[in-house]
Every structure is written in C-alpha cells, then in structure tokens.
Design a protein around this ligand. Structure first.
Ligand SMILES: *Cc1c(COP(=O)(O)O)cnc(C)c1O
Length: 444
C-alpha cells in the first residue's frame, strides 16, 4: 500500500484510538443477513454435522482413555449455567442494566485440556488419526473406535509426528491428545508460554521446543520443520478449516443445552455471544456455528485486549492479515494468555466479514478485576483472558455505538427477552499457586 493511503487509514478516528491503547467499540458495517453472508462461504452445515459425527465415532476411545469424559460418554462438553450474581455485579460495576438472562459457557471446564482448545485442537488430532488409520486399512468408520486405545494402534501412530506452534492452550490440547494416541508430538512454544504448561506437556509425553520470541516465530519454525518431514503433520492454527469445524460443533451443543433449559432463541428472543479472540480460530468457528444455526437471531461480538487487537485492526482496516498490531504501534504483549497475537488469521477475518456484529477491546487490568468478580460472586475460577468476555453484556448496554446497533436491528423492545452468553475460554488447569498470584495481580 502506498504511504498516503496507509497514513489515511491510520488516521481513521477509531484506529487512532486503537494505536493510543484506548478501549474501543467497533461495529462491523459489513454485517449482512446471515443467509446472504453464507452464500459467500464455502463451509456448510453439512461440514459441521460431519465433524460432530466424527467426534461421536471417537467417543468410545475418549471414554476409555480419559475417564473424566465417562459421565458424558466420551463427548467433550462443558456446562452452560446462569450467573445471576455476576450479572448484578456487572450492572453495579459498569453502572448499567443488562436485560434478559446472563449464562456462562464454561469451556474453562472442558475435560482433558481445560480450555476452548479442547474443541478445535483435539478434533484436528482425532481427524488426522482417523485419516491415517483409514488410509492404512486399520479401521472402518463403522468400527468401535475404542480400538484407538490399543497398544497396536499406539505402535502404529508412533511412526508419525504432529507439530504445532502455540502460546500455551492449543499446545496443551494438541500435545495431550497426540501423546495419548501414540504420536511423536512436538509443541513449539513462544516466549510468553507459561512454565506450568510446558511442564505439564512434558509430563504427558510431548516434546516441547522453547523460543525466545513470539508466537509467529514458533509457528514459522514449527511449520518449516514439519514440512521438511513427510511423516509429520502440522496443525495450522491460522488456516485450518478442520480446527474451525471442531469449534463450530459447540453451537449445536449449546442449542441442545438451551432447549433443555427451555430458553428460546428466535427473532423475538435474541441471543448474544461474547468471545475472546486471539488468532481467531476458536471464536470464528464458534461464531460460524451459531450463525449457521440461529441466523439473524444471534449477534456475535469478539473481545480483544487493547494491547493485541489483531482481528480488530485486520477487519476494521479491511486489510485482514496484511496488517499486524505492531503496524499500529502496539506491542502485542498482554497478560491475556492465548490472546497475545499480533496478526489475525486472514481466513477467519474474511469468513467473519459479513457475520460478525463487532469487536470490543479491554484493558489488561480489568481482566483481573473481572476474574476476582466471578470468583467472588459465583465461585468459578477462570483464567484472565477468558474474563474478557464479561465486558460484552456490560459494554453492549452502556455505549452509544452498541445502543445504536440495537436500535438499527430493531432490538430495543426485545432486549428483555435476550440471552447473553459470555464464553469462558479457559482456566481449569491453572495450578493453585498461579491462581493465587492472579488473585493478587493489578489489585487496587
Ligand atoms: C486460544 C484462546 C482464545 C482465543 O482463541 P483463538 O483461536 O486464538 O482466537 C481465547 N481464550 C483462551 C483462554 C485461549 O486459550
């Protein structure tokens, strides 16, 4: 891009505020009807159903290998719970009212790896294992997949490698599941990855390679090493449709949970999903699933840290992954694990172009306050990045940009029927001593 155009873009009022590390509310002007948006996307509901069926095939294996999935018969799923005390707390703290219900989707408590990555990451490893087993005549799709837990299968998979670049949680999901299947798994970890995550991975049998630099470098080297080895498979967080579909299945599961709770979602009962965004795969996949299932009755907002709003700069400038937060003078360094990403996925940004309602940004210090709030009100521990989602309903009801959005969508009178779901993306595996440190961080 030439300098004049670049200067003009950077001087857009909203992007100037982003550069100044201010919190912003960005409403996506490219949002269209869901039906129209889906015409441009070549991923369909059938692809989500295919992913769901694959996860069901693997349930007997998961139940056998991971006894914590026994209550759900090998299905990796998390609770959806109403959090009325947190709702009151948010209303007081942000001086607003949140009409309708506030429910928490606790992917923080997903079995096996305790974060949203247990959806996409684990799904991609299972799909790769199935592809290899089918290709080598080891299995038929009609077989009982508890076979995957046998010593014979472990021996078979030990000749193959799986590699991934990660800031932590994706590495945990890929590492734990690949090692359980018998793969030689190598997790390339950026400098910001927490020590306890590296320790846990090594303990589970994964090889961990550490880098002094950020996530992009870990991904770059991981990809290069993997591509040079014909028996190695690289999990590409930025471009993987498989990963994306694993996340998208979440929407079907939530639909069933809402039905179970007798909570309607339709044109009179709008649904709002708020989900923290890093590179974009998890929130993008989840959002896509919801838009497929609920169309224009669901409104999805991403939340990013003010220090690393990569999806925001990509989508608001229209330049997607051609720009990074560093281009806007930001460090990309945030306390929010998993969200410290400088450049968003171009695939996700493009897919979300006509589907996403908007993006809010949040200061790091607030993450810790919200983390203490959810502990104190509901006795639920979440990691700080996951708590970004809580500003969703509070900001929706207290900013002129979002109130204008609700008005333009004809939603003002329907908000009393609204359902708000902040997505708690991680936290259950955080060790006790780290939780204590978090509880003291940015304490006023
Ligand atoms: C990875 C992660 C996210 C965001 O997912 P992306 O696919 O990177 O956008 C959010 N919260 C937590 C806790 C995560 O680990």
């Amino acid at each position: 891009m030439d300098q004049a155009l670049w200067d003009q873009m950077k001087n857009q009022p909203l992007l100037k505020r982003v550069s100044a590390e201010e919190e912003v509310i960005w409403i996506n002007e490219n949002l269209t009807s869901s039906a129209l948006a889906m015409e441009k996307i070549n991923i369909t509901m059938d692809d989500i159903l295919d992913a769901e069926a694959r996860l069901a095939r693997f349930a007997p294996f998961l139940e056998k290998c991971f006894p914590e999935t026994a209550p759900s018969k090998g299905i990796i799923e998390s609770p959806l719970v109403e959090i009325p005390a947190m709702k009151k707390r948010l209303e007081t703290e942000y001086n607003t009212t949140i009409p309708g219900k506030l429910l928490l989707k606790q992917d923080s408590h997903l079995p096996i790896s305790g974060s949203v990555k247990a959806r996409g990451g684990i799904y991609e490893v299972l799909k790769h294992a199935e592809d290899l087993a089918l290709e080598h005549g080891k299995i038929k799709v009609t077989d009982d997949y508890s076979k995957f837990a046998s010593p014979e299968f472990k021996e078979f998979f030990s000749q193959f490698k799986i590699q991934v670049g990660s800031t932590g949680n994706l590495g945990l999901s890929i590492g734990i599941m690949s090692a359980a299947l018998g793969f030689h798994v190598i997790v390339h970890m950026s400098a910001d990855a927490k020590q306890w995550k590296k320790d846990l991975l090594r303990q589970k049998g994964a090889e961990v390679v550490e880098y002094d630099s950020d996530y992009s470098k870990a991904v770059e080297v991981g990809r290069k090493n993997s591509d040079a080895d014909p028996k190695s498979y690289f999990v590409d967080d930025e471009n993987s449709v498989t990963l994306f579909l694993g996340y998208a299945v979440a929407a079907k599961r939530v639909k069933a949970q809402l039905e179970e709770m007798e909570i309607p979602v339709d044109s009179e009962h709008p649904l709002f999903i708020y989900i923290p965004c890093g590179v974009g795969g998890a929130p993008g996949g989840v959002a896509f699933g919801f838009k497929q299932l609920f169309g224009d009755s669901v409104h999805v907002f991403f939340i990013e840290p003010t220090l690393a709003p990569c999806m925001l700069v990509g989508m608001a400038s229209g330049l997607q992954n051609k720009v990074s937060v560093q281009d806007f003078g930001l460090s990309g360094l945030t306390h929010a694990d998993g969200l410290a990403v400088g450049r968003a996925s171009g695939f996700v940004g493009t897919t979300m172009d006509n589907l996403l309602s908007g993006i809010f940004t949040i200061e790091d210090a607030k993450l810790y306050d919200l983390m203490r709030d959810i502990v104190n009100t509901e006795e639920i521990f979440l990691e700080p990045s996951a708590c970004a989602s809580f500003i969703g309903p509070a900001y929706l009801m207290s900013h002129s940009e979002t109130l204008e959005y609700l008005k333009s969508m004809g939603l003002e009178d329907k908000m009393k029927n609204a359902v708000h779901i902040p997505w708690a993306t991680g936290g259950n595996l955080v060790p006790e001593e780290i939780r204590k440190q978090y509880m003291e961080t940015y304490l006023k």
